[in-house]
Design a protein around this ligand. Structure first.
Ligand SMILES: Nc1ncnc2c1ncn2[C@@H]1O[C@H](COP(=O)(O)OP(=O)(O)OP(=O)(O)O)[C@@H](O)[C@H]1O
Ligand SMILES: [Mg+2]
Length: 393
């Protein structure tokens, strides 16, 4: 029977101890690599400077969105960070050996905005910073008299809040726009009602005239609130859409019938050309709304001439074009035309009863049908609004 000698016993435990140590080291190494990968990949800027304001580390996101120097590691703060406010805070924190983190709002490159959190950290407290902090300069005995100061670093986290700021601005604009759009008709209603109450109501003709105006403004407010509700439901995906097989020619013919008088009154010839039988899977009411909005715009913004609606198959998609020979859209406005409340000529649009929500609603409906919408236009010559949605297979 085999019996371990005392020597082999010791060997056994030593080798066992070594393998545990090795495994722990491998684990530690893997943990280090994992943390390095996390910091490298994260979409938050991370930087570390030493007490001399030299960069020890910057992750790729920081370099891309904030750093003014390529390969910031080893470079001085002033070469890398151009925002005076951050540079001053870092300076102050290093000089005062701040213990508490500081938060600051800063502007980065290319119009990016950040919320930065600067955290003082001591490498001497037995903690390890989870990035490769290889000193960029060899420590020099004379210089490193104050070791504790030398071991202090500052870690910065730069959270990109550009998108949040943009959304905030849109919300602010939206509230301002809605208030303005409601205030205008409301002021008129109040004005006419007060004049009537002040005695104008005794004259029957004036009474009728003023009540007609009040009624028109009230209708305008109702339409605006209706559009706002539709838009908000579409944007929050709460608009119930019931998809069914639709013959597109039939659907557009019905829309055109309803708008023929409006076109004829302006002397505009309105034509439809749909090649073949094209069926789509769509929500009838919503697609009608799209066509009404586009054709209504084409008629509204054309003084005389033609409005042509064409539909054809384009690969797996149905492609519709609504082309007019109207006033057109200036190049600078083209990219903003689908934004809510955006109007090229506010005065003219309002005169025509528009709120500037039509195209925003149209865009959402088309997107809800997995389609795309775009516009091409020549100022003074006319515009073509085009969209595609999948054909029913
Ligand atoms: N066919 C067109 N030709 C010229 N300009 C257009 C045309 N269609 C839209 N526009 C411009 O785009 C703006 C936005 O259109 P949109 O349909 O969203 O709003 P609106 O027509 O002003 O009001 P609403 O549709 O809410 O009644 C219009 O105010 C107009 O300036
Ligand atoms: Mg419109």
């Amino acid at each position: 029977m085999w019996r371990p000698s005392e020597d082999s016993d010791t060997d056994f435990w030593r080798s066992r101890g070594n393998s545990i140590l090795q495994r722990l080291m491998v684990k530690e190494h893997m943990k280090q690599r994992l943390l390095e990968a996390v910091v490298k990949e994260m979409q938050i800027g991370v930087m570390v400077t030493d007490a001399d304001k030299r960069f020890l580390y910057a992750n790729p996101f920081f370099e891309k969105t904030f750093s003014h120097a390529t390969n910031p590691e080893g470079k001085n703060l002033s070469e890398v960070v151009k925002d005076r406010a951050v540079a001053e805070v870092i300076d102050r924190m290093l000089i005062s050996r701040a213990e508490e983190p500081q938060e600051i709002a800063v502007e980065g490159k290319d119009g990016h905005f950040f919320e930065a959190r600067l955290v003082p950290f001591s490498l001497e407290q037995g903690n390890h910073v989870a990035v490769n902090l290889t000193p960029t300069r060899p420590a020099c005995a004379g210089v490193s008299a104050d070791r504790s100061a030398r071991s202090r670093v500052l870690i910065g986290f730069f959270h990109d809040v550009t998108e949040e700021k943009r959304v905030e601005a849109i919300k602010r604009d939206f509230v301002a726009n809605v208030s303005h759009e409601l205030r205008t008709p409301l002021a008129s209603i109040k004005g006419y009602a007060e004049t009537l109450l002040d005695g104008a109501m005794d004259d029957k003709a004036t009474l009728k005239n003023f009540l007609t105006i009040i009624d028109r403004h009230a209708n305008r407010m109702t339409a605006l609130i209706g559009d706002l509700l539709t838009l908000s439901m579409l944007e929050s995906h709460q608009m119930p859409m019931s998809f069914e097989s639709l013959d597109i020619k039939e659907l557009i013919q019905a829309v055109i019938q309803g708008l023929e008088k409006q076109a004829a009154d302006k002397g505009i010839s309105l034509s439809l050309d749909v090649r073949g039988r094209l069926a789509v899977n769509g929500d009838r009411d919503r697609l009608e709304q799209v066509m009404v909005n586009l054709i209504d715009n084409a008629i509204k913004y054309t003084n005389k001439g033609t409005v042509k609606v064409t539909g054809r198959k384009d690969g797996n998609m149905l492609r519709m074009d609504v082309e007019d020979s109207g006033i057109g859209i200036p190049e600078k406005d083209l990219s903003r035309i689908f934004e809510r409340f955006y109007r090229v000529d506010k005065g003219r649009s309002r005169e025509l009863g528009g709120t500037g929500l039509g195209l925003a609603i149209v865009k959402h409906i088309i997107q809800g049908h997995n389609g795309k919408i775009w516009v091409s236009s020549r100022h003074g010559k006319g515009s073509t609004f085009s969209f595609t949605i999948p054909i029913k297979r």
